[in-house]
Design a protein around this ligand. Structure first.
Ligand code: DSN
Length: 413
């Protein structure tokens, strides 16, 4: 039987929706800090016929035959990850960031053990122990916060909590903390209480690869990362660890948590890791930081409150409380103007997570598209114009037209 070859013939409805999404991505400015534009090569590998293959197990030790090619692909992805990040061991099979983190819990903890992680509203991730996540239900979570005055990570507090609660796992890393982390300080604390240190570098892995952010690899026992954020690969994840932990990490991923790896994703991860070794990737990584700082500077000039007062990575967390508007209505108004961001809790937020006081912004996607500091300054002006207008629809329409015009000069990869 001949399978129909084109999506538009087989399923015109989905084909039309894909075309609509392509137009939306082309005509809007993406400021979601965790999003990016993967290259055509990454997307080609992701959409390849590798999706047809099952391969439970690891290269050379599979439960299905026919792995002549898949084993080579996975070995290549592993060795590229080890080389790029200087890691002793890499597992490239986790389906995404949450399963990668869960695999680390499974590898090192028993249910009920104590974990020390960053409070969600202070920049942590759901899987760092939020009550809404399985991690907050099956393990005893102690959370550290940023310091009220400095608004930075408070390593004394982390040390005090570690001494008091003797966690089996300490997690460093974030989804919404606009500053670099002192990984050596976390290492000292972990050593003092004799515990495992996990760094979740999902947000800044691309910056690490491009030399625009310190690497956690020399300090952490285990490092998890997604591959689709600043790293600009397919939607997937990796776990990097010291050789002594390799067997328990691999066992936790498969058969502990997952079944067959997504081989098309594995190939696309290999491609993105290869792309990350190119000199233009280092340039992209440094521009991500410069562009985020330009956006931050533009917002500060307009009287916006930024958590920690600015950024030294790819993201910004705006506290909108001095503007008298909630994060959700602002994010929705910006979306109508073609400025796509997400509402976000801020530290000590007095509003619920469904309608919090913050707005998270990020530079990676539009940096990939070629925006520079001038364009990011313009974004600050647009955001200010919309806020000053109190989310007036006419102003939003005018900004939307200007946004579309600017986007036309910056083609998608
Ligand atoms: N959802 C991701 C983010 O936006 O930061 C974290 O997993």
């Amino acid at each position: 039987m001949q399978l129909p070859s084109s999506l538009s013939q087989t399923d015109p409805q989905i084909a039309a929706l894909l075309a609509a999404e392509e137009a939306r991505q082309r005509e809007t400015i993406r400021l979601i800090a965790s999003e990016n534009f993967a290259s055509a090569a990454v997307r080609e590998a992701s959409a390849s016929l590798l999706t047809n293959k099952y391969s439970e197990g690891y290269p050379g030790a599979r439960y299905y035959e026919g792995q002549q090619v898949i084993d080579q692909i996975e070995r290549l992805a592993i060795s590229r990850a080890q080389t790029l990040f200087g890691a002793e061991h890499a597992n490239v099979q986790p389906y995404s960031g949450s399963p990668a983190n869960l695999a680390v819990y499974l590898a090192f903890l028993k249910p009920g053990d104590t974990v020390l992680g960053m409070q969600l509203a202070h920049g942590g991730h759901l899987t760092h122990g939020s009550k809404a996540s399985i991690t907050g239900k099956h393990w005893k979570i102690v959370s550290y916060e940023i310091n009220r005055e400095s608004q930075r990570l408070d390593y004394d507090q982390v040390r005090d909590l570690a001494r008091q609660h003797r966690p089996k796992l300490i997690i460093a890393g974030h989804s919404a903390y606009p500053r670099q982390i002192d990984f050596a300080a976390f290492r000292h604390i972990a050593d003092e209480v004799g515990t495992i240190l996990l760094v979740d570098m999902a947000h800044f892995a691309g910056l690490v690869a491009g030399g625009a952010h310190p690497s956690p690899i020399p300090h952490a026992d285990v490092v998890t990362t997604t591959t689709h954020k600043t790293l600009r690969g397919p939607r997937g994840a990796m776990i990097l660890c010291r050789a002594e932990h390799a067997a328990r990490i691999d066992k936790a991923v498969f058969p502990g948590l997952q079944g067959g790896p997504h081989n098309a994703t594995t190939a696309a991860i290999a491609v993105c890791l290869q792309e990350a070794t190119q000199s233009n990737f280092a340039d992209y990584a440094h521009r991500c930081v410069k562009n985020a700082q330009a956006l931050a500077a533009g917002l500060l000039e307009k009287g916006f409150n930024l958590v920690t007062g600015g950024t030294d990575n790819h993201l910004i967390l705006v506290d909108l409380r001095n503007k008298g508007l909630g994060g959700k209505p602002v994010a929705k108004a910006l979306d109508r103007a073609g400025l796509v961001a997400n509402y976000n809790a801020v530290p000590w937020d007095d509003h619920p997570p469904q309608n919090p006081s913050g707005l998270r912004l990020g530079s990676p996607a539009m940096t990939t598209r070629g925006f520079g500091e001038k364009e990011f300054r313009r974004i600050a002006e647009w955001i200010d114009r919309i806020i000053v207008s109190r989310l007036d629809e006419k102003t939003i329409d005018q900004v939307a037209t200007e946004v579309r015009d600017l986007c036309m000069g910056y083609p998608m990869p």
